[in-house]
Structures are given as structure tokens and as C-alpha cells.
Design a protein around this ligand. Structure first.
Ligand code: BJW
Length: 251
């Protein structure tokens, strides 16, 4: 473990182009539930019942109740040590952060050059498809007064501006994520590496010649593909790595 951490810290210290991909595990220590795993959201709910356009079309109010509850939980959460380290690294030239998280905790930690692949739970778009409502607008009200909320442009039903299963990512977000795979070091943190296209990014980075690494509490489908897999909590490992990367290498 120590040798792997040292190897990764040395790569991080020297990288001119660093890309960090994050998933729900990065926000777990802040109190935001992950999707999969023992306490994951999918243990209580079936994704096809809640995180698909079909589910929303069937029962917008039910889906909104789930999102409204999650917004309340997230509103009470603050960025943790993992967000803070990533935000500090994001100030380096050539560093890009790609997140699957919709909680905006990276933004609240001050992260720059951020690609939000799956959107934001704090933004809405028009479900009825009016032209003005296709651009996400911010709505941070907690609680939302009426469910489902309405589009301010046409009065139709509004939806969370997140990417559901079976939906395409916004082109700019997908482009930004793919471009970020051209890097020297690609670090995947706190993601189960199950959901595409995000799960494919580490392989693209490897194909570009990047040194690839994973930080996760457990093995994932990416563990065997990366150069270094470190098992541990992001909020512990990242501050440790940050300190090591600042130290001059031992002779
Ligand atoms: C810690 C920790 C700590 C805990 N420290 N670690 C190719 C192959 C197979 C299938 C597909 C494919 N391409 C597309 C698909 C279909 C589908 C897909 O991937 N399905 C798979 C599940 C099989 N993908 C899609 O549908 C995507 N769309 C698409 O591809 O469209 C194509 C298209 C093109 C043109 C027209 C139309 C369509 C969209 C995927 C959208 C995913 N959406 C969600 C919901 C977002 C909104 C919301 O939040 O409600 O995104 S699902 C959910 O999973 C959420 C997450 O961002 C995403 C990833 O989860 P994540 O972040 O990895 O979290 P967990 O919980 O899974 O894992 C947490 C990890 O952290 C665990 O490993 C823990 O061990 C670890 N951990 N604490 C470090 N402290």
C-alpha cells in the first residue's frame, strides 16, 4: 500500500495533465448516500422505477418526491476533505475534474475546470420540451413548494436536469469528459465503474498512454485495468497523497 501510494504521489507531483474522475464515494463522507453498496440508494429503490424518462413520464410526482428528499439531504451536507484536495489540485494548470455526481459539492469546494457528466440536482429543465426551458435553470429552493415544479417559461412540468438511464449526455459534457482522457495521470475516485460512458473513460485514458489509478473502498471492474488500485476512503487517501506529492522524492 505504501509503495503504491508513493508511486501514485510521484506521478501526481510530476503530471502536467491530471484528470480526476469522481463518483458518489467522494461525497459519502459528507453524508450523501451512494447508489450501490450496502447503504446505497438502489437498495431501497429500483433505478428503473425512478431514474429513467419512462418513470418520470409515468409518475412525475413520485420521481420528484425522491429528488426532493435527496435535495434536502444534500442541502444539509458540506464538502469533505476529498473535495477540498481535489479543489486545490484543480487550480493547477492542466488539471481537469470530471464528476458523475449531481450534488454540486465539488463546486461548493471551489473546484475549477469541472465537467458534470450527469448534470446537477440543483438545476431543472422543461419536461414538456419548450425551447427556452431546454437550457437548465437553477432552483435551489428546499423544500420545493409544489411537486412537480413548473417551467417558468411555458408553465409545463419541469424535471431535474440530470441524466437518467437511456438518456444521452449533454454534448458539451460528453465532449469535455472525453477530451479530459488525453492526460498524463487519470485518477478515478469513489466510483463503482459500472455506468457508461463514465466507466469507459479510464480505458480511453489508458489508450492515450496515461498512468491510471483508482481509489475506492473496494474492488471495481476498473481495478484490474488500472496501473495502481488503492483501497481506502477518498477522504483519507487524498489528503495523504496530497502531502506525499508535495514532498521531494527520497534519494
Ligand atoms: C468510496 C467511499 C469512500 C463509497 N471513499 N470510495 C455500455 C455498456 C453497458 C451499458 C451501457 C453502455 N453504454 C450505455 C449503457 C447503458 C447505461 C449503463 O451504463 N448501464 C449500466 C448500469 C449497465 N448508461 C446510460 O444509460 C447512460 N446513457 C447513455 O449511454 O446514453 C446513450 C444514448 C446516446 C444517444 C441517445 C440516447 C442514449 C446514462 C447514464 C446515466 C446515469 N445516471 C445516474 C443517475 C443520475 C441522476 C441522479 O443522481 O439521480 O447517475 S445512475 C447513478 O450511477 C448516477 C451516478 O452518477 C452513476 C454512477 O454511480 P457511481 O458514482 O459510480 O456511484 P456508486 O454508488 O455506483 O458507487 C460508489 C462507489 O464508491 C462504490 O464503488 C463504493 O465502494 C465507493 N465508495 N464510499 C472511496 N468514502
Amino acid at each position: 500500500m505504501t509503495a503504491r501510494l508513493a508511486a501514485l504521489a510521484s506521478r501526481l507531483g510530476r503530471a502536467e495533465r491530471l484528470t480526476i474522475l469522481t463518483g458518489a464515494g467522494v461525497s459519502a463522507a459528507s453524508g450523501v448516500p451512494t447508489f450501490r453498496g450496502a447503504a446505497g440508494l438502489w437498495r431501497q429503490y429500483r433505478p428503473e422505477d425512478l431514474a429513467t424518462p419512462e418513470a418520470f413520464g409515468r409518475d412525475p410526482r413520485l420521481v420528484w418526491e425522491w429528488y426532493a428528499g435527496r435535495r434536502e439531504t444534500i442541502a444539509a451536507c458540506a464538502p469533505n476533505a476529498a473535495h477540498v484536495v481535489i479543489a486545490a489540485w484543480s487550480g493547477r494548470p492542466g488539471c481537469r475534474v470530471v464528476t458523475q455526481n449531481v450534488d454540486d459539492l465539488h463546486l461548493r469546494a471551489g473546484t475549477r475546470n469541472l465537467v458534470r457528466m450527469h448534470g446537477s440536482i440543483w438545476e431543472l429543465t422543461c419536461w414538456d420540451g419548450c425551447a427556452a426551458g431546454s437550457d437548465p435553470w437553477r432552483d435551489e429552493r428546499v423544500p420545493l413548494p409544489d411537486l412537480p415544479p413548473r417551467c417558468p417559461h411555458c408553465g409545463g412540468v419541469a424535471r431535474p436536469a440530470v441524466v437518467w438511464f437511456g438518456e444521452a449526455l449533454r454534448p458539451a459534457q460528453l465532449r469535455g469528459a472525453v477530451q479530459a482522457t488525453a492526460c498524463d495521470v487519470f485518477l478515478a475516485v469513489g466510483t463503482s465503474a459500472l455506468v457508461y460512458p463514465a466507466a469507459g473513460l479510464v480505458h480511453e485514458a489508458r489508450a492515450h498512454g496515461a498512468f491510471t489509478a483508482e481509489i475506492n473502498l473496494e474492488e471495481t471492474p476498473a481495478s484490474d485495468a488500472v496501473d495502481v488500485a488503492i483501497h481506502g476512503a477518498a477522504e483519507d487517501i487524498l489528503p495523504h497523497l496530497s502531502r506525499l506529492a508535495r514532498q521531494p522524492p527520497a534519494d
